[in-house]
Design a protein around this ligand. Structure first.
Ligand code: HEM
Length: 492
């Protein structure tokens, strides 16, 4: 990277000096979100670090990030061409590939429409409000039964293993019209090892920035490539089955609807560039991939907080009892009437900040941000963890306290405070599954907590230390227990 020409009157962002050749890579080694938060306190919301010899812009502070990703969104919407990203969906991923032009835009719209049609439009066949509600209700009910069965048989268990299959089944139903058994080895081989993906596809992976590292054998990189191969193979098989049984008069799921788009209409990006066929159907890779691990991680963190703060769990259950009772199950339409539950979810998002950085961005063109010159192609990290723990925005940011989002009477969530929590990105690259994710987390949690009380075995403590990654995980815990809350009452 040569010295950039900085136009007159402008300056380059400040930042730590770093070592020759390595840059700041040693400072980022363990917990980059914490290291970069500390550095931002010294250098400010707009700083430049170096990973190897490559400069990287690091953004912190909610107002600065809004200015960049929303107000100057067109400038900041690119994705860097990173070594590890080339292995995701054969380099064709909507989320990770460097494309941010007309083809990306048209694909993003297709994916958004597909999600809308197969998740949130009213269900034609059941009494549920929408397909998402139908699938989540069914899977959550299955989880309740499974947890009670495990209690009978083995007295304690690791909930993650079961939650991940249930969440995967929801997105599988939407994408593939398919449900998997909790013991399906092929599915488990993918959903249970997402750390093989998360460890590498993360902001600040040295091999992405120091090319010579790509020539050293790395166990993480081998696992990552294998994971992506297995993942593509798994999905290709399902897509093939769909092609073989495709019937244009019976569009069963997102895969069918994408196949239909390929066959019938010519899906055109602006300027009449057609989207290549294979870039339509493989959108299910992005939807499935982004859809299960994040929501599973959110639910798993939720369970960890619930057993760590039993009085908070009790308050959610009191709210559920008061508002819904025991005569019926929670529904999506109850969400607005359960402010404490909503506040808990927001606080879980904020406190865990389990997606500490967005996917890296890259500059489409030269721009000026708050007086600093930012050149075209500069790679950009957006520190969501910093925003969610910023003392300028939050009182006692390290304390877990759902009440911080409620008004004094506890009857309403403060909308402005809720929107200060940054976990889904902002602007042109903002997560397209955000609404679906929030609805799912709400309905899974409320259904589980209406019926079950979660705890850990006497004398056991859960370890909430996150492991850095694209989505940060806690250590698995095998000591979960549940108690049925209303054992006398049988429900239909
Ligand atoms: C992108 C977070 C669930 C689909 C993103 C980004 C974040 C994020 C931080 C990157 C934003 C950026 O680069 O600025 C989350 C979280 C979730 C979640 C925290 C759950 C709690 C989902 C679900 C789906 C989904 C359920 C789909 C079913 C996507 C896609 C992108 C994306 C396709 C790429 C968008 C693009 O690059 O244009 N998400 N997500 N996400 N998400 Fe999500």
């Amino acid at each position: 990277s040569l010295q950039q020409h900085v136009p007159k009157g402008l300056k380059s962002p400040p930042g730590p000096r770093g070592y020759p050749i390595l840059g700041n890579v040693l400072e980022l080694r363990k917990d980059p979100h914490l290291a970069l938060t500390r550095l931002s306190q010294k250098y400010g919301d707009i700083m430049e670090i170096r990973i190897g010899t490559r400069p990287v812009l690091v953004l912190s502070g909610l107002e600065t990030i809004r200015q960049a990703l929303v107000k100057q969104g067109e400038d900041f919407m690119g994705r860097p061409d990173l070594y590890s990203f080339r292995h995701i969906t054969d380099g064709q991923s909507l989320a990770f590939s460097p494309d941010s032009g007309e083809v990306w835009k048209a694909r993003r719209k297709l994916a958004q429409n597909a999600l809308k049609t197969f998740a949130t439009t009213p269900s034609p066949t059941s009494s549920s409000t929408c397909l998402l509600e139908e699938h989540v209700s069914k899977e959550a009910e299955y989880l309740v039964a499974k947890f009670l069965q495990l209690m009978n048989e083995v007295k304690s268990f690791d909930p993650y293993r079961y939650v991940v299959v249930s969440v995967a089944n929801v997105i599988c139903a939407i994408c593939f019209g398919k449900r998997y058994d909790h013991n399906n080895q092929e599915l488990l081989n993918i959903v249970n090892v997402t750390e093989q993906f998360n460890d590498v596809a993360v902001s600040g992976n040295p091999a992405d920035f120091i090319p010579v590292l790509q020539y050293f054998p790395s166990r993480a990189m081998t696992l990552f490539k294998d994971f992506n191969k297995r993942f593509i193979h798994f999905l290709q098989k399902i897509v093939k089955e769909h092609y073989e049984t495709f019937d244009k008069n019976n569009i069963r799921d997102i895969t069918d609807s994408l196949i239909e788009q390929c066959m019938e209409k010519k899906v055109e990006a602006n300027g009449a560039t057609q989207i290549p066929k294979e870039k339509i159907v493989n959108l299910v890779n992005d939807l499935f991939g982004a859809g299960f691990d994040t929501v599973t991680t959110a639910l798993s963190w939720s369970l960890m907080y619930l057993v760590t703060y039993p009085h908070i769990q009790k308050k959610i259950q009191e709210e559920l009892d008061k508002t819904i009772g025991q005569e019926r199950r929670p529904r999506l339409s109850d969400r607005g009437m359960l402010p404490y539950t909503e506040a808990f979810i927001l606080e879980m998002f904020r406190h865990s900040s389990f997606v500490p950085f967005t996917i890296p961005h890259s500059m489409i063109r030269d721009t000026v941000l708050n007086g600093y010159h930012i050149p075209k192609d500069r790679c950009v990290f957006v520190n969501q963890w910093q925003v969610n723990h910023d003392e300028k925005l939050w009182k006692d940011p390290l304390t877990f306290k759902p009440e911080r989002f409620l008004n004094a009477e506890g009857t309403e969530v403060n909308k402005v405070d809720g929107e200060k929590v940054l976990l889904f990105g902002l602007g042109k690259r903002r997560c397209i599954g955000e609404h679906i994710a929030r609805w799912q987390i709400f309905l899974f949690l409320s259904t589980l907590l209406q019926q079950l009380e979660f705890s850990v075995c006497d004398g056991k403590k859960v370890d909430m230390t996150p492991t850095y990654g694209l989505a940060m995980k806690h250590k698995r815990c095998e000591h979960f227990q549940v108690k049925q809350r209303f054992p006398m009452k049988s429900m239909n």
